[in-house]
Design a protein around this ligand. Structure first.
Ligand code: SF4
Length: 233
């Protein structure tokens, strides 16, 4: 090994480990969510739906697509197919026409027809209320189950999408390498009284304030609490 390479290796070995952000105290977490609540007492999701079934379909369609894009497609779709029975009557081919502006629409159309069949066959045409049952539906995963349980059935679940994942990590509220780690971390630190709306507060915070490229720290409600070293004040 050359002298330069040796010195590089020495430098690497002795480089200080990245400093972990100081965990939030219980009082800080409470303060943050009290501020979110005060600013927006009844936050709403932006995926349009009419009932648990149309919510489920909208969430399945929303994978790797924007809520606005899904809404544009489902507005006319749900006028003709707001139950599993009507979705089956519509059929996969016509369903594809309604959703062809949404990414991965062929696979999603197949899944929506298959999950409608399964709902009728195994769940009496109703969206089931447990996580394993929802996750057993074609095209539905953990995030889908969390959104449906939270928005349709009022459960205190935490769905982690790209926005919640970024906010959980960047703020230091619940750092994690995977969505599941962040989900479990958020469930651990957020007091139960805030959990019903926490998912929407964090999504909206990520979507409109803590933006991926240029976070709007100057107007951020939790600027003083955020642990991100690159935040601006
Ligand atoms: S201070 Fe900046 S980085 Fe921290 S949560 Fe607010 S917007 Fe995001």
């Amino acid at each position: 090994m050359s002298r330069a390479a040796k010195s590089g290796a020495r430098k690497k070995a002795s480089a200080p480990a990245a400093k972990k952000p100081k965990p939030w105290t219980d009082a800080e977490v409470r303060e943050a969510f009290e501020r979110f609540r005060k600013a927006n007492p009844e936050p709403k999701g932006e995926l349009e739906h009419l009932n648990p079934f149309t919510l489920l379909v909208a969430v399945v369609l929303s994978a790797q697509a924007t809520d606005a894009g899904v809404n544009r497609a489902t507005r006319s779709l749900f006028l003709v197919a707001d139950t599993p029975q009507k979705m089956l009557a519509l059929g996969e081919e016509k369903l594809r026409d309604y959703i062809k502006t949404v990414g991965l629409y062929r696979t999603k159309a197949r899944n929506v027809i298959a999950l409608s069949e399964k709902l009728i066959r195994e769940f009496g045409g109703e969206v089931p209320r447990t996580r394993p049952e929802i996750e057993s539906l074609p095209g539905a995963g953990r995030k889908t189950a969390n959104v449906v349980l939270n928005m349709a059935f009022g459960e205190r679940t935490m769905a982690v999408d790209t926005h919640v994942f970024r906010v959980g990590n960047r703020t230091g509220l619940a750092p994690g390498k995977t969505p599941l780690e962040v989900e479990l971390g958020l469930e651990r630190v957020i007091p139960s009284e805030f959990m019903l709306h926490a998912h929407h507060w964090l999504i909206l915070h990520g979507r409109y304030t803590c933006l991926a490229r240029q976070p709007r720290c100057a107007v951020c409600l939790i600027n003083d609490l955020c642990r991100w070293p690159e935040k601006t004040i």
